[in-house]
Design a protein around this ligand. Structure first.
Ligand SMILES: Cc1cc2nc3c(=O)[nH]c(=O)nc-3n(C[C@H](O)[C@H](O)[C@H](O)COP(=O)(O)OP(=O)(O)OC[C@H]3O[C@@H](n4cnc5c(N)ncnc54)[C@H](O)[C@@H]3O)c2cc1C
Length: 643
């Protein structure tokens, strides 16, 4: 993974030397730099496509196999989140202690001594009342595939890898909403893809799209399968054959242009593979959504994803330089790689957030950066949530956000504590002293205080400056530095928290997260009102044990992104998913009422379609429909998302 500081310095040095050499070799008499690092490269680089420019790879790409195999079931759970070997388990023999298995995460193979008490007290869990999931379906349990023989024959003739196997189809029938995972545990989807195809490159995708149009077959692009908007669900009423077009075999970095700091990448690559391959060469995209271990580049573009380090690197729309999309109308792309183009509305913005409704994103040119020399974690404790929000606002006002800054409310702060592994005597002492300092000396109340986690990236000097500014703003808002270890743990837990829901299901707990963006002057009120609304909705339905919490995860000049987590004990309820959806629906109405948006980064899919008319005026929705009608008049991309 990440190289050492020495390696990174060497890369940056090489980058600067190369840059200088390029300028020296190719500066024209007028002083403007042209071409690439060698004459040969300049000659090869002038390959016109339309009016475009194809840069030359400074080093040949190294092909590597994708981490997630084509048969996803070999590595991933069929009915839950993530790797098969990584999960929370309850050790009955050790007084119902909870532990996390596997070696992939730092929390792995550790018993979490406080977690069991937390789930018992907060969510009323009874460990002797376990409801395990159903076993994997028998072959005859999968819905019979609808087969369009002409399409299947031609796929065979073209030599495109494909499968009619029930498991393969089921793995691509869903994303990771509560309702989807609950269905896997308890039942079966009424409709799943009839066939899965794995094209290897843009040309194969073009052929498949053309063939689907000719044979009247519906296509659903599949990236990493981490959607949380119902975007991958097959519409029940679709009577045509549904083909899941799995992009995972399109996973090469086609070229890396070290001079312009861009890379051309096939869209099926998943985040961890992309970063690993770039980091070996000394670069990073810096795009790190919490799902980046499994989500794909094409999926990020299709959903307008946001990564935790967007403050430095930008969201996906800031990182994208060019994109290539195979649609029934033909290939959509902008030929020029200019960093900004004033040429009418940006066609890229039809594609960003199109959620698989227009075509298949096959290749993306993305910005890359040299790996930062320094990476520091940090954390700040605040006496209460409003001081924390004020601090976040001031940091954004002065535009001095570090790579990531996230503010957790008191409930989440306590939850983080419940996930702490055992500490040795020294750790206990240090924790005791810290607790005494925070509560007795600073007068913080453990039931109101909250914590922000920080991640700084950059040069030694930049990071030192960022830390100084940030901690001084925190002090102005009543915050005190709470250490690097707390910050690092916070970010590590980001990846592990997604595994908790599967444990909850076993003990009658349903859980989900949802998010929004909101102007600064409404952040605090929105957080307060939405949490209050969820709790009163639960009370009305007789739900006694709930966990409702939020965090501010992204900051902008004009507002912030707020993320809610919500769990409740559903014992005694006959249809917990329906109850959950009703409550989340009312929470979403509350969000919109408080000035929040329909979504900051999860997208619309099918679960948020009903709020589109409150988000856009009728003519705006008409324009979105017209774009769909133009690119895909026969609704080949028939996943039914957005509208
Ligand atoms: C635990 C967890 C954490 C998450 N954290 C974040 C986060 O921090 N930030 C964030 O933005 N999102 C987050 N998400 C949501 C999700 O990861 C994103 O929406 C992600 O961008 C989806 O990418 P994917 O490759 O998994 O797409 P998929 O789930 O496979 O597909 C999503 C949609 O995109 C379409 N699609 C996929 N690939 C293509 C393609 N090549 N061409 C055209 N359409 C395509 C699909 O048809 C579908 O409509 C999280 C989800 C989970 C479960």
């Amino acid at each position: 993974m990440a190289s050492s500081a020495g390696d990174r310095l060497a890369v940056i040095k090489r980058h600067l030397v190369c840059h200088k050499r390029c300028r020296l070799q190719h500066e024209t008499p007028e002083g403007s730099a042209v071409g690439n690092c060698s004459d040969e490269a300049v000659r090869k680089g002038r390959q016109h496509k339309g009016v475009g420019w194809q840069p030359v790879a400074s080093r040949p790409p190294t092909p590597t196999a994708p981490t997630v195999p084509r048969r996803r079931q070999e590595l991933l759970k069929w009915n839950g989140w993530g790797y098969k070997d990584s999960k929370f388990v309850v050790h009955k023999e050790k007084d119902y202690c909870i532990a996390f298995t596997g070696e992939r995460y730092k929390i792995g193979n550790l018993v979490l001594p406080h977690f069991a008490d937390w789930v018992k007290n907060t969510l009323g869990v009874k460990f002797d009342d376990c409801s395990p999931p159903q076993p994997p379906p028998e072959p005859q349990a999968y819905p019979e595939p609808i087969v369009e023989q002409e399409f299947l024959d031609e796929v065979q003739t073209l030599g495109i890898t494909h499968s009619l196997d029930g498991e393969d189809r089921l793995f691509r029938a869903h994303g990771h909403t509560l309702a989807e995972i609950f269905t896997l545990r308890e039942g079966m989807f009424p409709r799943i893809p009839d066939l899965v195809v794995w094209p290897k490159n843009h040309s194969e995708v073009e052929k498949l799209v053309d063939l689907a149009s000719r044979s009247q077959v519906a296509l659903i692009p599949f990236g990493g399968g981490t959607s949380v908007s119902g975007a991958l669900l097959c519409p029940e009423e679709e009577s045509r054959m549904i083909v899941s077009l799995d992009t995972s075999q399109m996973c090469r970095i086609l070229w890396l242009d070290e001079k312009n700091l861009t890379a051309r990448i096939e869209a099926g690559i998943i985040g961890q593979d992309l970063e690993r391959q770039l980091q070996v060469r000394g670069y990073t995209t810096g795009h790190e959504p919490d799902s980046y271990e499994f989500s794909s580049l094409g999926g990020w573009v299709a959903t307008r994803a946001s990564g935790m380090k967007k403050n430095i690197y930008g969201n996906i729309e800031d990182l994208l330089v060019q994109v290539k999309v195979a649609t029934p109308r033909g290939t959509v792309e902008r030929y020029t790689a200019g960093p900004r183009v004033s040429a009418g509305p940006d066609v890229h913005h039809f594609i960003l957030g199109s959620e698989g409704t227009l075509g298949v994103i096959t290749e993306v040119t993305m910005k890359v950066r040299p790996i930062p020399v320094v990476k520091h974690y940090g954390s700040i404790a605040f006496p209460d949530f409003s001081s924390g929000v004020n601090c976040m606002r001031e940091v954004a006002f002065h535009r001095c956000q570090p790579a990531s800054i996230r503010l957790m409310d008191n409930e989440q702060f306590k939850f983080g504590h419940a996930l702490k592994p055992p500490t040795d005597l020294m750790g206990l002492l240090t924790d005791g002293i810290k607790k005494m300092y925070i509560t007795r000396i600073r007068g913080f109340d453990l039931n109101t205080m909250c914590v922000a986690t920080l991640l700084f990236e950059g040069s030694e000097q930049d990071v030192a400056l960022q830390e100084k500014r940030l901690y001084s703003i925190a002090l102005n808002n009543g915050g005190i530095p709470a250490g690097e270890a707390n910050g690092e743990r916070g970010y590590m837990l980001t990846f592990v928290i997604a595994y908790i829901r599967d444990l909850g299901f076993d003990y009658g707990i349903v859980a989900e997260s949802f998010e929004t963006s909101v102007p600064w002057d409404r952040v605090y009120a929105l957080c307060h009102n939405v949490k209050h609304r969820i709790k009163s909705e639960c009370k009305e339905r007789g739900i006694k044990h709930t966990f409702v919490t939020c965090r501010v995860t992204q900051t902008y000049d004009a507002g912030a992104c707020v993320y809610f987590y919500f769990a409740f004990n559903y014992r005694g309820l006959s249809d917990p998913v329906h109850v959950y959806e009703e409550i989340e629906g009312n929470a979403r109405n509350e969000i919109l009422g408080c000035g929040g948006s329909i979504s900051h980064h999860h997208g619309i899919g099918k679960v948020r379609r009903q709020w589109m008319s409150q988000t856009f005026s009728e003519p705006s929705l008409g324009a979105i429909k017209a774009v769909k009608q133009y690119f895909d008049p026969e609704n080949i991309f028939a996943n039914g998302n957005l509208l």
